[in-house]
Design a protein around this ligand. Structure first.
Ligand code: HEC
Length: 145
C-alpha cells in the first residue's frame, strides 16, 4: 500500500490540469449551453407556437410572440431561463424533477426537456437579440374604410 503511494500521487498530480479544465466547464461560462443544441430544440418543439428566428418566419401562432421579439425585452434572459414555469408551458411541458402544476390532461401535445436543455435554448436565444423584426406595414388610420 505504502509503495504505491508515490505512484498514486503522481497520478493525482497528472490529473490536476484535467480537474482544472472540468472546473472551467462547470463555471457559469461553461454552463451557458450549446447554441446548436438550443437551436435544434427550439426548432423542434417551440416553433409549433413561436416564430423561432429565421426557421419559420411565417409560422407559429399569431398571438404568440416570436423569439426575436421576446429577445428585445430587457429581461428576456430571465424569461427564457424560467419559461417552463411560465404560462402556458406548464400545461404541456414536462421537465424531469420539476413538479407538474396539475394532473389535468395537457391541452397541447406534451413534450419533455431537461434543465440543461433550457441552458442550450438560452444560449441560442442570445443569438437572436440583434435580429431585426419584420413588422407588417399598416395603413394610416384615415385611409381605413
Ligand atoms: C403550445 C404552444 C407553445 C409552445 C409549444 C411553446 N410556447 Fe412559449 N409561449 C406560448 C404562449 C401562448 C406564450 C404567451 C404567454 C403570454 O403572453 O401570457 C408563450 C410565451 C413564451 C415566453 C415568454 C414568457 C413570459 O412570461 O414572458 C417564452 C420565453 C417562451 N414562450 C419560450 C418557449 C420555449 C423556449 C419553447 C420551446 C421549448 C416554447 N415557448 C414552446 C406558447 C407556446
Amino acid at each position: 500500500m505504502k509503495k504505491s503511494a508515490p505512484r498514486a500521487n503522481a497520478l493525482l498530480i497528472s490529473l490536476v490540469p484535467a480537474v482544472i479544465g472540468l472546473l472551467f466547464l462547470a463555471s457559469p461560462a461553461g454552463a451557458a449551453g450549446s447554441v446548436e443544441k438550443g437551436r435544434a430544440i427550439a426548432e423542434k418543439h417551440c416553433s409549433r407556437c413561436h416564430v423561432v428566428g429565421a426557421h419559420n418566419p411565417m409560422g407559429g401562432i399569431g398571438s404568440t410572440a416570436s423569439f426575436q421579439m421576446i429577445a428585445k425585452m430587457p429581461d428576456y434572459l430571465e424569461r427564457f431561463q424560467t419559461f417552463y414555469a411560465r404560462r402556458p408551458h406548464p400545461a404541456f411541458l414536462r421537465i424531469p424533477g420539476v413538479p407538474r402544476w396539475s394532473n389535468l390532461p395537457a391541452y397541447a401535445a406534451e413534450f419533455s426537456i431537461t434543465l440543461d436543455e433550457v441552458d442550450d435554448i438560452v444560449a441560442f436565444v442570445k443569438t437572436l437579440e440583434k435580429m431585426p423584426i419584420r413588422r407588417k406595414k399598416r395603413r394610416p388610420q384615415n385611409q381605413r374604410r
